[in-house]
Design a protein around this ligand. Structure first.
Ligand SMILES: Cc1cc2nc3c(=O)[nH]c(=O)nc-3n(C[C@H](O)[C@H](O)[C@H](O)COP(=O)(O)OP(=O)(O)OC[C@H]3O[C@@H](n4cnc5c(N)ncnc54)[C@H](O)[C@@H]3O)c2cc1C
Length: 433
């Protein structure tokens, strides 16, 4: 019998693929429902994805088809209409494809520094970047970097960009120079094209994908089971929630590494490594609006640091069925790190400031609001600080030594979207079972 710790997308996809191979397993989930970050909540007919706005897209066609097929008829396809709010203007996303929407001087500076950068690179005058901040300068130049990419990334990561590794952005190709020139002149181009069209459940929010997976493994899930201790006795794993003990031959964990290691009796240097892993947390504020339509946008990025949310999405534009008839919805996302200013704000203060900010920006009118709602997730994004690789090596050497496999977004400690999580799990099952 295999024990799967955690019933988010990783745990459920593990169940799905192990089921196909007829393995015996049990999924242990601490909450009363599965889903983790893909939780959706329905209040007064509004459905909010409380772990942040989730859309279905991927370059990996096999996994994309799998996700869409899980939804059956419960799916809609949308074309992205995403903007960046810059000096009161709506600029096409990605920023480097929307330069003509900028004030003329800003547009000029973005193009000028981009080209100047290219010339310097040709002459070998630019040093390869060693951190995320340098990478923005190196790849896009000072204009695009300082006007948008650097302030936005500082706002979402809540961590100094010169202390973040370039490992996860190195794969991103240099933007084609002709696209940047076209974008500056106002000739339409698209960036990030594998996300230009995206899917979303018609009803039920992103948790519908979780529910579709659950159908395959229904009788193999135990909810309200928070794993508190894990130990090995006579070749068997004993997993306990403090009241009940379960016995397994093998364990696969998908819960955050921090949560897993605290259930084990771990050597101090490994515990230090896990304490040194950096991540940020997220607050989502759902807002119900008494208006049939707020705008035509999919979502909006806001780099301005005086404004609380860094991203605002419009779920009722993804699917009209996630808001009551004649009403629409907004989901604001705010990242924070324990101990920072935002983490010290009360829930009321956060909701009030979010509403004030969105009203001030003209995105909503306070008087149209019928409902507000706040949710928090401790683990939102892993931060690839400059030491993360050393820390992970130490942690995974230990886990390998004791024989626990750990995968998933926070189980593998990676910036893995839904498609990457399913791919990781599928490949893991086919190579190991
Ligand atoms: C703001 C935001 C927006 C995103 N948008 C997108 C998007 O648009 N498209 C996309 O493809 N991906 C998106 N993602 C990524 C997506 O959410 C993840 O890839 C996916 O949810 C990760 O699933 P997981 O199972 O690995 O982790 P989690 O969802 O974190 O699941 C872990 C599970 O373990 C459980 N658990 C924790 N501790 C214990 C314990 N001690 N005992 C038992 N159970 C425990 C938790 O309750 C949870 O259910 C987004 C992520 C964020 C943060």
């Amino acid at each position: 019998m295999i024990g799967i710790l955690g019933g988010g997308l990783s745990g459920l996809s593990l169940g799905y693929y192990l089921n196909q191979k007829e393995y015996d397993f049990l999924i242990l989930e601490k909450e009363s429902e599965c889903g983790g970050l893909m939780k959706s909540v329905n209040i007064d007919g509004f459905t909010f994805d409380v772990g942040g706005s989730h859309i279905i897209f991927s370059k990996d066609k096999e996994i994309l088809n799998f996700m869409v097929s899980l939804l059956g008829d419960n799916v809609v396809k949308n074309r992205r209409n995403t903007k960046i709010l810059y000096k009161g203007r709506y600029v096409k996303y990605p920023f480097e494809n929307g330069l003509a929407d900028l004030p003329k001087q800003d547009n000029f500076e973005c193009l000028y520094y981009f080209i100047q950068n290219l010339l310097k690179k040709e002459k070998g005058e630019l040093k390869p970047p060693t951190n995320l901040k340098e990478w923005f300068y190196y790849t896009f130049g000072k204009g695009i970097g300082e006007k948008y990419l650097i302030p936005y990334n500082e706002k979402i990561w809540k961590y100094p960009l010169d202390q973040i590794s370039t490992v996860w952005v190195e794969r991103i190709p240099q933007p084609p120079v002709e696209d940047i020139i076209k974008s500056s002149l106002g000739i339409s181009t698209e960036g990030y094209t594998h996300q230009l069209y995206f899917y979303y459940p018609k009803f039920g929010g992103i948790q519908s994908l979780i529910k579709a997976l659950e159908d395959y493994v229904k009788d193999k899930i135990i909810t309200n089971f928070e794993v508190k201790s894990v130990k090995k006795e006579d070749g068997k794993w004993i997993v306990s929630n403090g009241k009940e003990e379960l016995e397994f031959d093998k364990l696969i964990s998908t819960i955050p590494l921090q949560e897993l290691l605290k259930t084990l009796n771990v050597p101090e240097d490994v515990m230090d490594a896990v304490r040194n892993l950096k991540f940020n947390s997220i607050i989502t504020v759902g807002i119900g609006v008494d208006k049939p339509k707020i705008n035509d946008f999919s979502w909006l990025y806001i780099a301005d640091k005086d404004i609380l949310p860094h991203r605002v999405s419009f779920p009722s534009n993804y699917s009209p069925y996630v808001a009551p008839n004649g009403k629409s919805s907004i989901l604001a996302e705010i990242t924070y790190r324990e101990g920072d200013e935002i983490s010290k704000m009360s829930e009321n203060e956060i909701v009030e400031k979010t509403v004030e900010d969105l009203d001030k920006l003209g995105i909503i009118n306070k008087d149209d609001i019928t409902l507000t709602f706040l949710y928090k997730f401790k683990y939102a994004y892993v931060i690839y600080d400059l030491k993360y690789r050393d820390n992970l090596t130490k942690i995974f050497e230990y886990l390998q030594r004791i024989g626990i496999d750990s995968i998933g977004r926070f189980g593998s400690w990676s910036y893995a979207n839904m498609d990457a999580v399913i791919r990781m799990v599928k490949d893991y099952v086919s190579s190991r079972f």
